[in-house]
Write a protein that binds this ligand. Structure first.
Ligand SMILES: NC(=O)C1=CN([C@@H]2O[C@H](COP(=O)(O)OP(=O)(O)OC[C@H]3O[C@@H](n4cnc5c(N)ncnc54)[C@H](O)[C@@H]3O)[C@@H](O)[C@H]2O)C=CC1
Ligand SMILES: O=C([O-])CC(=O)C(=O)O
Length: 307
């Protein structure tokens, strides 16, 4: 059986974590690329040398040459700068949009059938830029946001209740920014709505913490942003695509009227399978939830308008 090929563009904190987790799960062979010479090569070799200990058979190659990425099945794009304390994700746009444009020129012609996972922030905007620059069908482009934001929300719910995270499900929709929309009404512990387990003030506190989850880590790290939970979230998305699992995950996808929003990458529940975003799932929202989602969409659109 032919092994899947995964390219990770950017061998920094998130890119290296993705490569490590993906290889440990044997999702395929991995190419890591970066503009900095030596870093992808060194990290790839270091990870390969962990393979006898962990017992995985993925090949991991580090390079500065895009030719090595040819015919990838999935390309994860983490290239660009990360924020520091006091910055918003949108403050990264001017620098990162140039990076994404240059990366698209290199990867799109070499891997015409790849699915793209946009991680570089602001990720909803970068997914839109990748869509414009690659010429790929929008279904083949997905942005990271909701899986990570939901993982944080699930963590905080489990911590608050003192229960296993395995039993906690939750949804966060909207753009991956300060206006993201955690949905307590769709959050459960083993099928029990959290609204019956926690009072409103506690839920509000957890919602706020989830919204500010990225900044909370930035304020601890000082020199950059989170990468372990982002890496895990990305690998869950990549696995769903490569194994055609058809998982329903909140991801930034191109909406064409769903939820009353048109022609924009926005965090919504999607079915992720071998063709990428195979379906956008529309769940029923209250008036307040829908207007929060529209506020988040307006935020993404206003950043895009500055391009
Ligand atoms: N959407 C999301 O949920 C998340 C997004 N991010 C974003 O991911 C990005 C990467 O974060 P980190 O890995 O922590 O940063 P990092 O600084 O550790 O790594 C970024 C890497 O990109 C490389 N790079 C820069 N320009 C490049 C180019 N033109 N081609 C190839 N490589 C290039 C750099 O040399 C560096 O190695 C940031 O924009 C960050 O905000 C991070 C976590 C979650
Ligand atoms: O906070 C950041 O800048 C990185 C990110 O998107 C996250 O961790 O959610």
């Amino acid at each position: 059986m032919k092994r899947a090929k995964i390219t990770v563009v950017g061998s920094g904190n998130v890119g290296a974590t993705v490569a490590q987790y993906a290889s440990m799960r044997e999702l395929g062979d991995i190419v890591i690329t970066d503009i900095v010479e030596g870093i992808p090569q060194g990290k790839a070799l270091d990870m390969m040398e962990s393979s006898p200990v962990f017992g995985f058979d993925s090949n991991i190659v580090g390079t500065n040459e895009y030719d090595a990425t040819a015919d990838s099945d999935v390309i994860v794009i983490t290239a660009g700068i990360a924020r520091k304390p006091g910055m918003s994700r949108d403050d990264l746009m001017d620098t990162n949009v140039k990076v994404i444009r240059s990366v698209m020129k290199e990867i799109a012609p070499r891997s015409p059938n790849a699915k793209l996972v946009l991680v570089t922030n602001p990720s909803d905007v970068m997914a839109q830029v990748a869509f414009r620059e690659s010429g790929f069908a929008p279904e083949r482009i997905v942005g990271l946001g909701g899986v990570l934001d939901s993982a944080r929300f699930r963590t905080f719910i489990a911590m608050e209740l003192g229960v296993s995270v395995k039993d906690v499900t939750a949804f966060v929709l909207g753009g991956h920014g300060d206006d993201m929309v955690p949905l307590p009404r769709y959050s459960y512990v083993s099928g029990i709505p959290i609204e019956t387990l926690l009072d409103q003030a506690t839920i509000d506190k957890l919602v706020m913490r989830a919204r500010q989850g990225g900044a909370e880590i930035v304020n601890f790290l000082k020199t950059g942003s989170a990468y372990y939970a982002p890496g895990a979230s990305i690998v869950q998305m990549v696995e769903s695509i490569l194994k055609d699992q058809k998982r329903i995950l909140p991801c930034s996808a191109y909406v064409t009227g769903q939820y009353g929003v048109t022609d924009l990458f926005l965090g919504v529940p999607v079915m992720l399978g071998k063709d990428g975003v195979e379906k956008i799932v529309e769940i029923e929202l209250t008036t307040a939830e829908r207007s929060a989602l529209h506020k988040s969409a307006d935020g993404v659109r206003s950043v895009l308008a500055k391009l």
